[in-house]
Design a protein around this ligand. Structure first.
Ligand code: GLA
Length: 392
């Protein structure tokens, strides 16, 4: 019988392909196996205990998250042959994270992700002074940002739901920011092989806020080499150029067309990274904010897609945020020995930090990052993993 939706042979092939896909996605873990597990992971310098939580989904994907910095310590995702590979950079022990002060591996970033020029901003006529911890500028919340505090964790186990809710109250004046800020970050591992991050916050005084997540991904596996062969698509026609190597945006929203910043077609990270280009020189590679194409949609929309041609592994990033910082691990320099004794050289991982634009408190033309009492800050970002060809 001829099928009106297509030729029978084609249709049969499609059905078979679809069934194979379904089989690959078959539930392999029991409800008991996917219960969230908790174990001690050491203590901070002041003796505060730190716990490590393990979330496992029905397909065996696993995320390990610790209460220090809300850091994603490992993220094991399935590949084409059903093996699991840890795709995020980091350390084996808490000690590694405590000693380290540079890369922000896997952490929650706040209060303000990315840079604030000269560590100053004004709100309601009052000037606030923040730490200059990145040359002349303020970076990632200051000397002790949300990546260096211990969060209170509540595991949420439900039918098919595995979430870890993390809470932190940042006091008025902490790191120079105004307002008592109550923050909840919920990590959820879905059966669709997604790590979903929901952020929420309220304040009792006008303040500024820009939360993000700082995992370094290498889809071939943490420490497997550089990410120059990864193909990247970014759903953005514009980016925010920076003024100099201090990486503060000029305020312009510049078209990516004809520049090495154009990732509107999937392109290998290494294809243009060494071109002579002022912006690439300032960033020592890619370390810029892209202005996501949004078209007024309120829920999370596709920000970026990364594919490792060697393993066939794909990561898609969806977000409610207006921007994404695409950072190619330019400051990794081989001085860090990470998980399993692997040395992390330059460009061994890439970050896709969904965010409001850098330096927004000093840039009237950028979307506002002001949060007022009575308002609720929310942000959702989803990192979705698969291991098949994705057509655009
Ligand atoms: C962010 C910044 C980079 C760098 C890393 C941490 O992604 O944009 O310049 O500071 O954090 O090394």
């Amino acid at each position: 019988m001829r099928n009106i939706h297509g030729r029978p042979a084609q249709r049969a092939a499609m059905l078979m392909a679809f069934s194979i896909l379904l089989l690959c996605g078959t539930t392999i873990m029991t409800e008991a196996q996917t219960r969230i597990k908790k174990r001690p992971f050491g203590q901070t310098a002041d003796g505060t205990p730190v716990e490590l939580y393990t979330l496992t989904n029905a397909r065996g994907m696993e995320a390990q998250i610790m209460t220090y910095g809300g850091i994603v310590v490992s993220l094991k995702v399935p590949d084409r042959n059903r093996g699991l590979t840890d795709v995020v950079l980091g350390y084996d022990t808490l000690d590694g994270y405590l000693k380290d002060n540079g890369p922000y591996f896997g952490a929650i970033i706040g209060r303000y992700g990315n840079r604030i020029a000269k560590g100053k901003f004004s709100l309601n006529g009052v000037e606030y002074t923040l730490a200059k911890n990145n040359g002349e500028n303020h970076l990632h919340g200051g000397l002790k940002g949300f990546d260096k505090v211990v969060w209170k964790a509540t595991p949420v186990n439900g039918r098919g739901i595995r979430s870890l809710r993390l809470n932190y109250t940042s006091k008025d004046g902490e790191e120079g920011y105004p307002g008592n800020l109550s923050v909840t970050v919920t990590y959820t591992l879905t059966d669709n092989n997604e790590l979903r991050i929901d952020y929420a916050a309220t304040t009792d005084k006008d303040t500024v806020l820009n939360l993000t997540h700082h995992s370094y991904f290498n889809l071939a596996g943490a420490g497997a080499g550089d990410i120059l062969g990864h193909e990247v698509y970014i759903n953005a026609d514009r980016f925010t150029p920076v003024a100099d190597s201090g990486a503060i945006p000029t305020g312009e929203l510049r078209s990516v067309t004809g520049t090495p910043m154009d990732f509107t077609k999937p392109t290998a990270v290494g294809a243009r990274i060494n071109q002579t280009d002022e912006q690439l020189t300032f960033g020592r590679g890619y370390d810029h904010n892209w202005v996501l194409n949004k078209k007024g949609v309120r829920g999370p929309t596709l920000a970026a897609r990364v594919r490792d041609p060697k393993t066939g592994r794909v990561m898609e990033v969806y977000t409610t945020e207006p921007g994404v910082q695409f950072y190619t691990g330019n400051f990794l320099d081989g001085t860090i020995t990470g998980k399993g004794g692997m040395v992390y050289n330059q460009r061994y991982g890439l970050c896709l930090e969904t965010q409001h634009f850098p330096d927004s408190p000093n840039q009237p033309g950028f979307p506002s990052t002001v949060l007022k009492p009575g308002q609720k800050y929310t942000q959702t970002t989803i990192y979705r993993f698969s291991a098949r060809q994705v057509q655009r």
